[in-house]
Design a binder for this molecule. Structure first.
Ligand SMILES: Cc1cc2nc3c(=O)[nH]c(=O)nc-3n(C[C@H](O)[C@H](O)[C@H](O)COP(=O)(O)O)c2cc1C
Length: 212
């Protein structure tokens, strides 16, 4: 995919730095020859998870020609064991296929004891040895701004796995204790503005990376 507006050189694993006048621009649909497919991974299995709700809200807020799949199967993955690699593990095959067809990943994880959740780490461990994750642009969503350890840990894991963290697409929204579900998030102008801005930066970065 060529012709995207890119802010100069953008080596993989480098920071994406938008021009200041790009911030409020809509996603350049003219640059998209096919819909962008984004995969959303939540590190929480909780029924009323803020992280899952934020991803579900993002799926509503994305512009036309951007599709979001909120992946539901992380809780079905067995605990990762290298001995299982190469064996028929349906839950992993679904995850691997979803990552493989994605143009970018959106990841939101709670902080558990200053780390990311076991659910998310387990899923990422399953993906380490494959090719699907490599060079994937990644948007990080933090629903609890105090949870700095998990964010740092997630950035380290993603980068180690050769994912490309798009720093300017990172969104921090104070959902902890808010009681908001997806619809509550969508009704909050400040939170939706933050999510929309993150999506604009993320899609711009994906187009730039794909044009290289
Ligand atoms: C086992 C456990 C450990 C937690 N550890 C931390 C922590 O270290 N730091 C923190 O800020 N919050 C911590 N929390 C709070 C969660 O991050 C918070 O409840 C978050 O909203 C859960 O995300 P969810 O709503 O998507 O399930 C912990 C919660 C649990 C259940």
């Amino acid at each position: 995919m060529g012709g995207a507006v890119c802010p100069g050189e953008l080596p993989l694993n480098a920071r994406y730095t938008p021009r200041s006048d790009e911030v409020d621009l809509p996603v350049p649909e003219r640059e998209m020859k096919a819909p962008l497919r984004l995969l959303a991974l939540s590190g929480s299995l909780r029924q009323r998870s803020y992280n899952t709700a934020a991803l579900e809200a993002l799926a509503v807020l994305v512009p036309a020609r951007v599709e979001v799949e909120v992946f539901r199967g992380l809780g079905e993955l067995p605990l990762f064991n290298p001995d299982l690699e190469g064996q028929h593990v349906p839950a992993f095959e679904r995850l691997r296929a979803a990552v493989g067809r994605a143009d970018g990943l959106m990841i939101a994880s709670p902080e558990y004891a200053h780390g990311i959740t076991g659910v998310l780490k387990n899923a990422l461990d399953w993906l380490v040895s494959g090719e699907e994750f490599i060079h994937q642009p990644v948007m990080l969503i933090n629903t609890s701004p105090r949870a700095t350890h998990a964010l740092a840990a997630l950035r380290e894991v993603v980068t180690t796995m050769s994912g490309v963290v798009v720093e300017e697409a990172r969104v921090a929204i104070p959902l902890l204790g808010s009681g908001l579900d997806r619809d509550g998030i969508l009704a909050d102008p400040a939170i939706t503005a933050a999510l929309r801005e993150g999506i604009v930066h993320f899609t711009e970065a994906i187009l730039c990376l794909q044009s290289e």
